[in-house]
Design a protein around this ligand. Structure first.
Ligand code: SAM
Length: 304
């Protein structure tokens, strides 16, 4: 668990830059999966970590971490990802209990929800990420002979480019209600790309659709620069999250959605740690303090 090679931010796959963060989340999910009190299970997660040359010495079990739960990265931060996975699993499964049949994972990374959640059989899961990340993911899943539980459509495209054509060309239907997820994504995008993404989700959704996303309060980037979570991630695995985050002013996406008529609710991760009685609680100098999980629902249009 020593430092990795110097960080490059323009790498397309999972070998470096923002793609490597997908492996960080996968390692955290692997660790969460085998905890005695796990909040979410992802049996594929450890295979991604083991298949990637960039992280051969990363742990996939908490027992492999010398200081265990006291380790800020593989203890507290990994538990954060476990909690986030569970909360967003629950959100998605709740959403498809209605007539929502399309699921769009934005910046899907190594998310295996199409393989591990019990969806209604007619659901379609669209996974958007950059081509290199999705190619690595496919290779690992193919090697495992993994079969998705529902129709799964990878959409290799950069979310800073015109991704609408890519999504609609592979069958996404804006007239059918959908649920969208931007988990661990928006703070890597320039603010114009985030604003465009939120506008586009609004444009591509009909009443009854839903969206969850993770945001960071702007002050987080300034106030918690030396937070143990950021420091441990940089020193132990060479990922400098502060360097990867977009440093421009953040848009108020929850406010923008509310202005477009969506109902929104915003939570801290700690709200859910308390609910599940597991997961991170507030700590001094804590990068997680600025994280917000936003849940948004688009109302049905009143009949005229
Ligand atoms: C921290 S990972 C999160 C992955 C996944 N949502 C999860 O929680 O497991 C961030 C993901 O966003 C993707 N991403 C970042 N910028 C992107 C962009 N401009 N276009 C498409 N995907 C992007 C990365 O490739 C990476 O897979």
């Amino acid at each position: 668990m020593t430092g990795a090679a110097p960080q490059q931010t323009d790498v397309e796959g999972v070998d470096g830059g923002v793609g490597l963060t997908a492996l960080l989340v996968a390692a955290a999910r692997a660790i969460e999966t085998y905890r005695h009190d796990s909040l979410a299970q992802d049996v594929y997660a450890e295979h991604f970590v083991r298949a990637a040359p960039a992280c051969t010495d990363w742990p996939v079990r908490i027992e492999q971490v010398p200081d265990g739960d006291d380790n800020p990265l593989w203890g507290r931060f990994a538990r954060y990802f476990g909690l986030r996975t569970r909360v967003l699993d629950d959100f998605l499964l709740r959403s498809v209990r209605t007539n929502v049949r399309q699921v769009v994972l934005l910046g899907a990374g190594l998310d295996t929800r199409a393989f591990r959640l019990d969806w209604p059989s007619d659901v379609v899961v669209f996974e958007i990420d950059r081509a290199g990340v999705l190619a690595f993911k496919q290779q690992v899943l193919t090697d495992l002979s993994a079969a998705p539980k529902v129709k799964r459509v990878p959409v290799p495209v950069d979310l800073r480019a015109d991704w609408v054509t890519a999504l609609t060309t592979v069958g996404f239907d804006p007239a059918v209600p959908s649920v969208w997820l931007a988990e661990g994504l928006l703070f890597y995008l320039p603010s114009t790309a985030e604003t465009n993404l939120i506008d586009t989700v609004d444009r591509l959704t009909t009443g009854g659709s839903a969206l969850a996303f993770e945001a960071k309060l702007e002050k987080d980037l300034l106030a918690y620069r030396d937070s143990p979570i950021y420091t441990a991630t940089r020193e132990q695995i060479g990922i400098d999250l502060l360097h990867l985050f977009d440093t421009g002013p953040r848009p108020d996406s929850a406010g923008d959605l509310a202005a477009k008529g969506w109902s929104t609710s915003m939570h801290t991760p700690f709200d859910f740690s308390r609910r599940h009685r597991r997961g991170p609680l507030p700590a001094p100098n804590d990068a997680l303090e600025g994280n917000r999980w936003v849940f948004a629902h688009k109302a049905h249009k009143p009949r005229s």
